[in-house]
Design a binder for this molecule. Structure first.
Ligand SMILES: CSC[C@H]1O[C@H](OP(=O)(O)O)[C@H](O)[C@@H]1O
Length: 358
């Protein structure tokens, strides 16, 4: 399926530019920005002009190229020295989505495998090739997650709920949590989707409802506080969410509010599916307690997209993510298939099959 917009792309060759759809302007404006400075790539990730674990992973990989492409005719030593500051700056942009660090370290590992006498040009060209490979793989992984997830939906139709945006605009492809919806819709399965608005930055209201409407999938926007009663009233057949980091035991870190949805799903016997590629799994995080949770600017809560909604001096706690324990997850949907009732043993088996651990 072809969606009528692009989250990210590399424009030109060398020098080139990372082109992003600036998601902070949605749904009012569709504005593409071409980034040729490292600081602008870091800023775009930090202010969520590009967001979503796979999308920021792809953007960070291209960010490495943006950061060194001016040295394409310089020495290997100069390129490697610059990478020593570029890579940490990108990794530090946002702490929770593991794809960001995973993508940067994958490109660096590819460069480390080059011969010691490789030219500066070969390093830069290889970084671009690896970033392009990461993007292309993400596109295919989204399609695979779409197929596996759509297989969970009855052909006669389903009423779904999702939280935040784990759609095409969170990836380089058709998305993670929304991929099964796009795929089932293409297969002729009648769907309707409840989209949580997802305060404070309203990714559900601004982006998920925009995406699904553009794709012709009926979407009903609800406030975050409505999720439990909508689930409990029998209006929802299944829930699909994305993830920013899956721990080794199957605990899932996702947008703040996801845990509450999972609790409501368990209370009412509704399947709770988490859709994520293996690049979002973190073998180094043994449980959800090991996952760093980003805390963002309090003003996002006091006066975010809606303008001032609270006294300017009121104290705010603004974690951008929460952790859903594995026991509340009905299944993890990955590009390699559906892993039901995730636990340490099952997730380690999946990671081993996928080559993420020995
Ligand atoms: C497929 S990753 C999508 C994931 O990322 C979102 O967070 P943010 O918008 O802050 O990047 C949210 O947790 C989504 O589920």
């Amino acid at each position: 399926m072809q969606l009528p917009f692009s989250t990210l792309s590399w424009q030109g060759e060398l020098p080139g530019a990372l082109r992003l759809l600036d998601q902070t302007l949605l749904p009012a404006q569709e504005v593409y920005i071409d980034l040729v400075r490292l600081d602008d790539v870091v800023d775009a990730i930090q202010r969520l002009a590009v967001r979503g674990a796979p999308a920021i992973g792809c953007s960070a990989a291209y960010g490495l190229v943006v950061g060194v492409q001016d040295l394409v005719d310089d020495s290997t030593a100069a390129v490697r020295a610059r990478l020593g500051t570029v890579a940490p700056a990108l990794i530090a942009a946002r702490p929770t989505a593991v794809n960001l660090e995973w993508a940067v370290r994958r490109v660096l590992a590819r460069l480390d495998a080059l011969p010691a006498d490789a030219s500066g040009r070969l390093l830069v060209e290889t970084a671009l090739a690896e970033a392009r490979a990461i993007e292309a793989e993400d596109v295919e992984q989204c399609l695979a997650m779409g197929r596996h997830g759509a297989g969970l939906l009855p052909r006669e139709g389903a009423r779904l709920l999702t939280h935040c945006n784990a759609g095409a605009l969170a990836t380089a492809g058709i998305g993670t949590a929304l991929a099964p919806m796009y795929t089932a819709h293409d297969q002729g399965v009648p769907l309707m989707v409840y989209a949580d608005e997802t305060r404070p930055l309203l990714q559900g209201a601004r982006i998920t409802s925009w995406e699904l409407t553009r794709a012709g999938i009926p979407v009903t926007l609800i406030t975050d506080g409505m999720s439990a009663s909508v689930i409990g009233s029998g209006r929802v057949d299944a829930i699909f969410v994305g993830s920013d980091r899956v721990a080794r035991n199957g605990d899932v870190c996702n947008k703040i509010g996801t845990y509450a949805v999972a609790l409501a799903a368990r209370a009412h016997g509704i399947p709770f599916y988490v859709v994520a590629p293996l690049s979002t799994f973190d073998p180094e995080s043994r449980t959800g307690a090991d996952i760093p949770i980003e805390e963002r600017d309090p003003d996002e809560v006091r006066a975010g997209a809606l303008g001032a909604v609270a006294p300017s001096g009121v104290a705010v706690y603004n974690p951008a993510f929460d952790v859903t324990p594995a026991e509340l997850v009905t299944a993890l949907v990955t590009e390699r298939g559906v892993l039901e009732r995730p636990n340490l043993e099952r997730v380690e088996g999946l990671l081993r099959e996928g080559g993420r651990i020995a």
